[in-house]
Design a protein around this ligand. Structure first.
Ligand code: FAD
Length: 418
């Protein structure tokens, strides 16, 4: 009863996708989450359109649509209080239709995913906190921890998948986390009511000391996320988080126009130290998926897609491991290589964009360049939305067109290069 083929730690998008994938392949799977669902998360809450087919395959797309979420046409970006540039996702070359991105509260989305896991027959242990691993010959062979009554538990398995997010137990146990030196970021989020957004876009406003993402999540709820350098908040004795959140939001005139008719309807939540990368796992029997594998600043908002997709890639590697009865560190490292191969270009693009937005002249000239070339702007939205490969943007041709566009309509370019 306490022995499974695979134990998944974490019931977020990555853990649920992993459990459903392995269950569908016929494996006996258990999933432990320390939380009681529904539980909330600091998140922009819009899901790349590229995730739709995965959600469909997992059998949850219909139930998500039944929640009456918002479908967004793309992004509307304002650079340092300029008018928002609305960029739609590009139409599909197969159907001619334009895709859209789901925007849905995590409180609902994650509970719905976990419910699907339970219905599929996976053994779900809610309020089970994994505190350590069990080992057999140096390889991970199960987990142990504490349930909601503070009673200890232990579960055995042939393989453990850690989908525990940014604070995953593996990161601490094996000292895998590598955080960038220097200024760390902090994100705040809260839902608002009564906000009148001009159209169905995710509104991204870039200005000092950071940026915001504002999008409707349906049912007259708007999610307002603010990301800034941690230092902007001050140290101990600095401004209180809620006062800071409101002051910075309203400082930007474009944001003020959007938010002034609305009001915040829940406490402001925050998460610190956003970006990190992960060292290779030092033993067999263990795979990391989702945020546990590393995280980049959320400006391009693709974490849920990456979590779902990384679980699909891991599913193939785990299946091969069962067929050859081999879960050694070397055989499982194929997963890391595949993941890098698929996401490498996208990560590079996200890092470049995140670097550029903090430079006002560069940010302005990119926006002006994109405003002169709709196809170029839509290609960028397509890559960010995970419906076009990153190589469409990470290319000399794209850069050339960006520079040409910038010269067409941009006096700021000279300033940026000076
Ligand atoms: C400010 C911000 C904005 C973002 N905006 C977007 C966006 O708009 N779109 C997007 O796609 N992504 C966005 N993301 C990223 C997205 O939130 C994450 O990529 C996504 O939640 C990762 O899913 P996950 O399943 O890996 O982890 P999580 O969703 O964090 O789930 C991990 C689960 O593991 C459980 N757990 C952890 N440790 C243990 C343990 N020891 N024992 C038992 N259970 C455990 C936790 O309780 C939790 O339920 C944003 C992130 C931030 C910080």
């Amino acid at each position: 009863m306490n022995s499974f083929d695979v134990i998944v730690i974490g019931g977020g998008p990555a853990g649920c996708a992993m459990a459903l994938d392995l269950n569908r392949r016929g494996y006996n799977v258990a999933l432990c989450d320390q939380a009681k669902f529904p539980r909330d998360k600091v998140c922009g809450e819009f899901i790349s359109p590229g995730a739709d087919p995965i959600l469909e395959q997992l059998g949850v797309l219909g139930s998500i649509e039944a929640l009456a979420p918002k479908r967004l046409k793309g992004v509307a970006i304002s650079s340092y209080e300029s008018a928002e540039l609305e960029i739609d996702y590009p139409s599909s070359s197969d159907t001619g239709l334009r895709p859209s991105s789901l925007s849905v509260p995590r409180y609902q989305l994650d509970a719905l995913l976990l419910n699907q896991v339970q219905s599929a027959g996976v053994k779900v242990f809610e309020q089970y906190k994994v505190s350590d691993f069990l080992f057999d010959n140096g390889s991970v062979a199960g987990v142990q921890g504490w349930d909601e009554n503070k009673t200890s538990f232990s579960l055995n398995s042939k393989l453990v998948v850690d989908a525990g997010g940014r604070n995953a137990i593996s990161l601490r146990k094996f000292s895998l986390k590598q955080e960038p030196k220097g200024n760390t970021k902090i994100a705040f989020s809260a839902h608002w009511q009564g906000v009148r957004l001009p159209d169905d876009y995710c509104y991204m406003h870039v200005s000092r000391p950071g940026y915001t993402g504002i999008s409707s999540v349906g049912n007259d709820r708007t999610n307002v996320v603010l990301v800034v350098d941690r230092s902007a908040l001050g140290g101990e004795g600095g401004e209180k988080a809620e006062a800071f959140y409101h002051r910075v939001l309203m400082k930007n005139s474009r944001r003020r126009n959007i938010l002034q008719g609305g009001q915040r309807v829940e406490p402001v939540r925050s998460v610190e130290s956003l970006a990190f990368s992960v060292r290779p796992i030092p033993c067999g029997g263990l795979i990391l998926v989702g945020d546990a594998m590393g995280f980049i600043d959320p400006f391009t908002g693709e974490g849920i897609y990456l979590s779902l997709r990384s679980s699909q890639i891991a599913g193939e590697v785990i299946h091969a491991g069962f067929q050859s009865s081999n879960f050694s560190r070397k055989s499982l490292s194929v997963y890391e290589a595949k993941r890098k191969e698929e996401f490498g270009g996208k990560f590079m693009l996200s890092r470049v964009l995140q670097g550029l937005i903090y430079n006002r002249p560069f940010c302005n000239w990119i926006m002006k360049s994109l405003s002169t070339n709709q196809a170029l702007a839509e290609t960028l939205a397509g890559v960010i939305g995970d419906i076009l490969p990153a190589k469409k943007v990470v290319s000399v041709e794209f850069l050339y067109q960006l520079v040409v566009g910038a010269f067409k309509g941009n006096a700021d370019l000279k300033k940026a290069l000076d």
